[in-house]
Design a protein around this ligand. Structure first.
Ligand code: DHB
Length: 368
């Protein structure tokens, strides 16, 4: 939109990228960014605006009024998969280069003014001469490992559990998402549409999906989410089952020469609170602003501050995701005392307007 030419290189093919089930809660800032970029038409018509969430403790649910606690802010439930489809469609529509099925990608001369990307497409080698490289290639991508090890500091935490996620057709047991802490472990009810649910259960990182036939899944979800009198989750056809591992990870700084890392390439959050995609969108907001300033008037100040600005916000989202995760999960091997303190913390949060305000302002998203 600002006349800066770009090429997007994607390792996978289009059906894979457009079919992968990811998280589904967009902060207001993410919605605004998509609107600014003119890719919000379907989001406006199909996204579900939510003004609250429910928190459940041992099957007893309580609504948290996010809007009331944050001067009217809300979140939008709209699958990341749909965002990706919209972005791909918009890019192809304007004829901007987006190459699928790129392999053997490597980045070079990062600390020069003319970095290069080498890759193969249909077996043939190619080289792309760049002004800048945006390393938006995820945790396992090629960009971050191309930064000399001595130039990066890594902070990491791996959690002793994972999420077993399902996509299923069933009517909603509540109008909003339900985050549940239960003596048997965490559970989450989310949705993709008024008739399609996305649910998660805390499980072990090496959980065998084969041990979770649909019947067991529904029973466990019902138990942990509670039924709030008459609103219980009804079993329905399960369309997908998968395991999500949990980790916190940050690599600093997010820039090396002319390479700028964004999203999972630089930081991973555990999924509780749905910050992953929103953090990536915030990085893109800062990076786009910096590149627009550079190409507009040669101003490099924003590029120079990119890492500092984006990390300052990303660390706050790390803290929140870690806190939501700690608050709602059972930690195998932790002492009975620690478990009771964690339960008492949720009881305190549920009864304190100050604590609920802290939760709400982080959940709807901190300002850019
Ligand atoms: C979803 C995922 C999350 O991690 C979360 O906190 C809320 C919703 C989802 O997939 O819909």
């Amino acid at each position: 939109m600002h006349g800066v030419a770009s090429v997007v290189l994607e390792r996978r093919d289009r059906p894979y990228v457009e079919g992968r089930i990811r998280a589904g809660v967009l902060e207001q800032g993410t919605v605004d960014l998509l609107a600014e970029a003119g890719v919000d038409a379907r989001l406006r018509s199909e996204g579900l605006v939510h003004h609250g969430i429910e928190l459940a403790l041992d099957g007893v649910r309580q609504r948290v009024d996010l809007s009331e606690l944050t001067d009217g802010k809300s979140v939008t439930v709209y699958g990341q998969t749909e965002v990706v489809r919209d972005l791909i469609g918009a890019r192809l529509n304007i004829g901007a280069p987006l190459l699928f099925g790129v392999d053997g990608l490597s980045v070079h001369d990062l600390d020069s003014a003319a970095p290069r990307i080498c890759y193969r497409k249909q077996g043939r080698p190619h080289e792309l001469a760049c002004d800048f490289i945006a390393g938006c290639d995820g945790f396992h991508g090629a960009c971050r490992p191309s930064i000399p090890a001595g130039a990066l500091t890594v902070y990491e935490r791996v959690y002793p559990f994972a999420w077993l996620g399902i996509l299923a057709d069933t009517p909603p047991p509540a109008k909003e998402l339900i985050y549940a802490r239960h003596s048997r472990g965490f559970a989450l009810y989310s949705m993709r549409s008024p008739s399609r649910a996305r649910c998660y259960l805390q499980c072990s990182p090496d959980e065998d999906i084969a041990l979770w036939p649909d019947e067991r899944l529904w029973e466990e979800l019902q138990r942990r989410l509670g039924d709030d009198g008459n609103r219980s989750l009804k079993p329905g056809p399960v369309l997908e089952k998968s395991i999500t591992p949990m980790r916190s990870f940050v690599a600093e700084p997010m820039r090396y020469g002319r390479l700028f890392l964004a999203g999972d390439a630089a930081h991973i959050v555990p999924p509780t609170g749905a910050k992953g995609l929103n953090l990536a969108a915030a990085d893109v907001h800062y990076l786009a602003e910096a590149l627009i300033a550079f190409y507009g008037n040669g101003d490099e100040a924003r590029l120079n501050r990119y890492s500092e600005r984006t990390l300052a916000r990303a660390w706050k989202a790390q803290r929140f995701s870690w806190w939501m995760t700690s608050l709602l999960h059972n930690f195998a091997g932790s002492s009975a005392f620690d478990e009771r303190v964690r339960k008492a913390e949720l009881q305190y949060v549920l009864g304190s307007r100050a604590a609920l305000t802290t939760l709400a302002e982080n959940y709807v998203g901190l300002p850019f």
